[in-house]
Design a protein around this ligand. Structure first.
Ligand code: SAM
Length: 293
């Protein structure tokens, strides 16, 4: 059992609580956001799980995390850093080589408390350690890792360019950086429902904040051989309440009024009238590059 990790400057490495690592609280206009995120949205995995549930309706023959394992092309035996690991679900995918040694990091101690026992409990990887860390100030020496992965997290970082520079810094020359995010057209049919019901953005907020194109543009000057792979799928949602659960798992949907929820449910029912399913097209991507010598 891992120790309870108090909010505030602290880190865990190999399950041992240590003082220290949560750095950068200094002042940009958005510097408070990571603090809010780790204490609310990502205090634990419950809200993320509510959103992730909708992906069970996907039709792709390969699951998302196995696809990431295939496209990231991590070198055998690599010493890998994951930034923003969340509850560590990704490493349960069988596509990753057991030869990897993993260092899991997240700004949320609650997420790490879930991720570390989950991933080390698999008994599959060469080594598993973890530490609370902000992507903008990674507490690792320059050139320490063979590969860095940052999956669906850079859109939360107030200055993603700074986080990318940190990820490149901790990579050895020739090491691999792989970043995943959404296209701004991802799940547009679903976001349009939220737009109509309570005026949320018409498009995927993550894709708008730091989508596939932004990732490719920001990574191109920092790395060599930058490539973009796309994961396209279609969800055929047969229980409309799973859409409601997704859209009410984060602001402003988490404070939707009864009238707004009724509008949402009516629009979902209308969309399901044809064949009994609400169709949502997904477009996610992985951007990969190699650290220059
Ligand atoms: C959408 S979840 C993705 C989790 C996991 N990578 C996955 O793909 O399932 C985003 C994660 O990024 C973390 N995060 C947000 N801002 C961060 C930051 N500045 N530094 C490190 N982690 C951060 C959150 O705590 C959360 O666990």
């Amino acid at each position: 059992m891992l120790p309870r990790i108090e909010e505030g400057p602290a880190s865990i490495a190999g399950g041992v609580l240590k003082e220290g690592a949560l750095a950068d609280q200094q002042g940009t206009a958005t510097a408070g956001e990571p603090e809010v995120l780790r204490q609310t949205q990502y205090k634990d995995s419950s809200k993320l799980a509510r959103r992730a549930n909708i992906h069970k309706y996907g039709r792709s023959p390969i699951g998302w995390f196995d696809w990431v394992a295939r496209e990231a092309q991590l070198p055998d035996g690599a010493d890998v850093l994951e930034v923003g690991c969340g509850p560590g679900w990704m490493w349960t995918a069988e596509g990753f080589s057991p030869s990897l040694s993993l260092t899991l990091t997240d700004i949320s101690s609650g997420m790490l408390e879930e991720a570390l026992p989950r991933v080390s409990g698999l008994g599959r990887y060469r080594a598993v350690a973890g530490q609370v860390a902000d992507a903008r100030t990674l507490p690792f020496e320059t050139g320490r890792f063979d590969a860095v992965l940052a999956c669906h997290m850079l859109y939360h970082v107030p200055n993603p360019g700074r986080a990318l520079a940190e990820m490149v810094r901790v990579l050895r020359p020739g090491g691999v950086l792989a970043v995943t995010t959404n296209g701004d057209d991802n799940m547009g049919e679903m976001y349009m429902l939220a737009h109509r019901a309570w005026g949320a953005p018409e498009r995927d907020p993550a894709g708008l904040a730091f989508g596939i194109d932004a990732a490719a543009m920001e990574m191109a000057p920092l790395l060599s051989g930058v490539t973009v792979s796309t994961f396209a799928d279609e969800l055929q949602v047969t229980d409309g309440e799973d859409i409601v659960a997704t859209l009410t798992s984060y602001p402003p949907g988490d404070e939707a009024t009864e009238a707004q929820l009724a509008t949402l449910r009516a629009a979902i029912a209308e969309g399901m009238r044809g064949d009994g399913a609400f169709h949502i097209r997904k477009r996610q991507g992985l951007v990969r590059g190699i650290r220059l010598e």
